[in-house]
Design a protein around this ligand. Structure first.
Ligand SMILES: Cc1ncc(COP(=O)(O)O)c(C=O)c1O
Length: 444
């Protein structure tokens, strides 16, 4: 810890998940050292708070000492509270600018936001797309992964992951997970590789970095591409490392979102980036409307309007990431007793996590559905499960064909006991206390 502190004091903090992780420890200790933050756009709010001397728990969570009575219920993700007041004002202003300009689709904010994302993620190229789903599809198409190709991916992701593979005409090959991380288990990759395998899609699920080192080594050995689905993990340290391309989602319900749908492909490969640009807009040469250079393309660029909302929100990113991380840390610490009792499992607190979702497992003799019902009916605490139906259990024709022999014991077991607790940028400590009290009451 002392060594890390020295390091941090000398090197400006970029604001990636490892930096945020360290900040949480300082916040908790109440001893914030003199830190230097890199002057990037994502750090603006954090720097402002630091300068005013407010980088401390009681100002970041002003309700800390409020009475419990103020909090009667805890919604999982209240849509009316996605934005802070300050974010709301900034976004309203920028929307006015775009409305007056009439530049709803093409326009300057696409370039501006892409530049900021590239600089923050340390990647050479960022192609903004209409959604994370389209980012994944375009990435696959750019690599000519289509009919005849197999793509290894987990079965517990959002449907977008398998849908992009299917839409490209390729075949998803489902792989089991490591039950401790919920991410694909690299040890199982080799058994699934065939001469048709072209790519692996590790999903950094719930914001937790997949085991990219092992995945990359195996992929290199077999000459397979790695396309990381980082839709839930914007801001993760090592984003884009050990993958040819990574995709992001700026869907408003993600840990960083625009005010509508949006996504991105990030890569260091210039040729692929150019292809992605072309594929995202009708195969047109970049910057030359109606001049085709690729034989086809989609209408799937991010709109200037959405890029503007994301641009307006970006200065709040690391400040919000700090809040999320602190809330995750506090859940883990306060739930320790239930973990030791053997009725609950919580994730490890580490720096390769963006805490898009806070995941627990209900253990012992408790039934997850009953626990979820009690939490809601007796304490008005809403919990959720992302995603309630595994890929191979979805009731489509694939269930009886492609996925009929799929057996994923770790994925199935985790699925039965998994629950997400409320965790979002505007969650208050009073609300979190209510979640904790409800869990203690129900699991005791
Ligand atoms: C793991 C994962 N992949 C892909 C996507 C697709 O992103 P989007 O909703 O922006 O299309 C999402 C989110 O919705 C996701 O959670």
């Amino acid at each position: 810890m002392v060594i890390m502190q020295n390091l941090l004091e000398k090197t400006p903090l970029v604001g990636h998940s490892q930096d945020i992780y360290q900040l949480v420890q300082y916040l908790e200790d109440g001893k914030m050292p003199e830190l230097q933050f890199e002057d990037n756009m994502a750090n603006r709010k954090l720097i402002e708070v630091q300068k005013s001397g407010d980088l401390q728990l009681k100002t970041i969570f002003p309700d800390k000492y409020l009475d419990q009575e103020f909090c009667q219920s805890v919604p999982f993700l209240p849509q009316q509270r996605l934005l802070s007041e300050e974010e709301y004002d900034r976004i309203s202003d920028i929307m006015q600018t775009v409305l007056k300009s009439g530049q709803f689709t093409s326009g300057p904010f696409i370039e501006l936001f892409a530049k900021e994302v590239a600089s923050f993620t340390r990647r050479r190229h960022v192609v903004l797309t209409a959604s994370g789903t389209m980012a994944l599809l375009i990435a696959l198409c750019a690599m000519e992964i289509g009919p005849d190709a197999e793509v290894i991916m987990p079965a517990n992701s959002f449907a977008a992951t398998e849908n992009a593979v299917l839409a490209a005409g390729a075949t998803p090959v489902l792989i089991d997970i490591n039950p401790n991380t919920y991410n694909l288990d690299p040890k199982q990759i080799e058994a699934l590789i065939t001469p048709r395998t072209r790519a692996i899609i590790p999903v950094h699920l719930y914001g937790n970095l997949a085991d990219i080192d092992q995945i990359w080594d195996i992929a290199n050995q077999y000459k397979i591409e790695v396309i990381a689905d980082a839709a839930q993990s914007f801001g993760i340290s090592r984003l884009g490392e050990k993958s040819t391309m990574s995709i992001l989602s700026f869907n408003p319900f993600k840990n960083f979102g625009a005010c509508g749908k949006g996504g991105a492909i990030v890569t260091d490969d210039e040729v692929l980036a150019n292809l992605c640009h072309q594929l995202s807009y009708h195969g047109f040469a970049r910057g030359q409307k109606n001049v085709k250079v690729a034989s086809y393309g989609y209408n799937a660029r991010m709109d200037n309007f959405q890029a503007a909302t994301a641009f307006a929100r970006f200065p709040f990113f690391t400040y919000n990431a700090l809040k999320r991380s602190y809330l995750a840390y506090r859940y883990i610490r306060k739930l320790k007793f239930l973990v030791e009792k053997g009725v609950l499992a919580v994730p490890d607190f580490h720096g390769n996590h963006t805490w898009h979702l806070f995941t627990v497992r209900i253990l012992g003799n408790f039934d997850k559905r009953k626990v979820q019902k009690k939490l809601f009916e007796q304490f008005q605490v809403e919990t959720s499960h992302y995603y309630p139906i595994l890929t191979h259990h979805q009731n489509t024709v694939l269930k009886k064909t492609l996925f009929s022999n799929v057996y994923l014991p770790n994925t199935e077991a985790a699925h039965k006991s998994l629950l997400h607790l409320p965790l979002h940028n505007q969650l208050t400590l009073s609300e979190q206390n209510r979640v904790l009290e409800a869990l203690y009451a129900v699991l005791n």
